[in-house]
Design a protein around this ligand. Sequence first.
Ligand SMILES: C[C@@H](O)[C@H](NC(=O)OP(=O)(O)OC[C@H]1O[C@@H](n2cnc3c(N)ncnc32)[C@H](O)[C@@H]1O)C(=O)O
Ligand SMILES: Nc1ncnc2c1ncn2[C@@H]1O[C@H](COP(=O)(O)OP(=O)(O)OP(=O)(O)O)[C@@H](O)[C@H]1O
Ligand SMILES: [Fe+2]
Length: 548
Amino acid sequence: MRVLGIEGTAWAASAAIFEADESELRDPSAAASGDHVFIETDAYQPDSGGIHPREAAEHMGEAIPKVVERALDHARERAPDTETGPPIDAVAFSRGPGLGPCLRIVGTAARAVAQRFDVALVGVNHMVAHLEVGRYFSGFSSPICLNASGANAHVLGYRSGRYRVLGETMDTGVGNAIDKFTRHVGWSHPGGPKVEDHATRGTYVDLPYVVKGMDFSFSGIMSAAKQATDRGTPVEDVCRGLEETIFAMLTEVAERALSLTDADELVLGGGVGQNERLRSMLAEMCTQRGAEFYAPEPRFLRDNAGMIAILGARMYAAGDTLSIPDSGIDSDFRPDQVEVTWDAGEPVARVGGDADEIQGAEALVRFEGDRVIKERRPRSYRHPKLDERLRSERTRQEARLTSEARRHGVPTPVIHDVDPRDARIVFQRVGDRELRDGLTEERVRAVGRQLAAIHDAGFVHGDPTTRNVRVGAGDPGVFLIDFGLGYYTRDTEDHAMDLHVLDQSLAGTTDDAERLRAAVADAYRTASERDDTVLDRLDAIEDRGRYQ
Ligand SMILES: C[C@@H](O)[C@H](NC(=O)OP(=O)(O)OC[C@H]1O[C@@H](n2cnc3c(N)ncnc32)[C@H](O)[C@@H]1O)C(=O)O
Ligand SMILES: Nc1ncnc2c1ncn2[C@@H]1O[C@H](COP(=O)(O)OP(=O)(O)OP(=O)(O)O)[C@@H](O)[C@H]1O
Ligand SMILES: [Fe+2]
């Protein structure tokens, strides 16, 4: 089978030919290597500033027909002499997300080629293509996927028919954040490679580090970076601080997602994935926790039609094609809207119950009778200064808020001893399993009430996932643990984010998420002193299309 892929969501006017037989489609090791994917790309380079949608669309209009013809020439060369039919079996195109004017040109081109050869048309989600290309070449069965691209940043995991968003940026994509900073210092687009180059000569400087559960945001760190250069901090040092901070955040959320889902495979996708420092941090984190890591070669990381052709071929083989009237583009196409029709592996099966020792997202937890010793071990992927700061701050905060929550009637472990320097807490053992291994409606209702109680008391948990709730016998036998990411706030957005983190973790750990999410909201509404403002904000957060 030979499939033409067309990509053109923003800057890359790209066409590719992917050729594979049935066995190679399922098992890339049967294929020689990525060498058999032919990719032809014509990049749009803005004269000044960032990507202008109109200019980018003009570029697509000129470049797409040319790259498509070159790819078709390649397909004709590959066709055996005996072949008389069309040189391709299907046309796959990037349907979204991306810039509307660019996507429309890609869609029109794809429809025209499909009609010209009378072959099938396949609409591919660009973000899913970014992660599936890594999954394809790695041969991993159930990986966690980190997408680090220009307009996006998110961590995904597959569960019952869809990729679930376990965490994502609350403001801009990671590459766009970097590019905004480089525009501020007067560098041409794209800024990512320039930051990478300057960072190698810089000394680390501290910048704000923002992780909420598995979500994160870049706006604070970007303003701080701009201010630092305005004040005269050498730009090399700011670049180094930026890389160390932003990539540590992405690595941390990837590790949290591995921990929550018990997965032991990670794949990387997206243009920012070309950064060596990011790749080395992810590789080191995976080695440290005994997981496997795979990053595709750079030509499959940045926007390219190869990834569209590869996923398009697998969708085509599964019969997942579009009729021309149904083939409209979708500039806000989210990865969790895609119904996965091709083989996307199975979630990891878990055996519940406690072992003597548990490796959490970042701490090692040991049980000694009715006591628990929790140690935040150093993370060698992080810059030592950042590592020390995070471990001691979080240990202090965890001890403080765990006790404060108890004072407000929320069951939490009694603290016996705290040592922020060694990042160690000794506290009471509570429950006999994690909520993810004992999910019931009654228990998630209790969590909804407990979150309402701490919010009314003026703070958030910061990471209320199904791992950070312990359950056991008794009434209601539900305990909140792990307040390390908590902080004092009465801001509606912060309170709603707590509920959003819980929602995302339910979607990532159970097939019954919808019913349980409704139960949380209902219990929260009844218990909260506030009216519906927090729940309204939660709806707004979950509706936000974060493609800027
Ligand atoms: C929707 C689609 O159009 C968009 N595509 C996109 O953003 O292009 P992509 O090729 O995945 O990523 C480009 C980004 O990747 C950054 N980048 C490239 N090389 C880099 C490097 N060495 N270090 C850091 N960032 C890098 C660039 O600065 C730019 O922001 C997306 O996937 O979000
Ligand atoms: N007090 C406790 N009683 C019983 N089990 C606990 C207790 N504290 C932790 N655990 C168990 O250990 C697991 C990991 O602990 P925890 O979530 O605190 O670590 P972590 O995720 O690495 O934390 P952080 O990301 O804040 O460093 C929990 O999911 C829970 O099952
Ligand atoms: Fe992309």
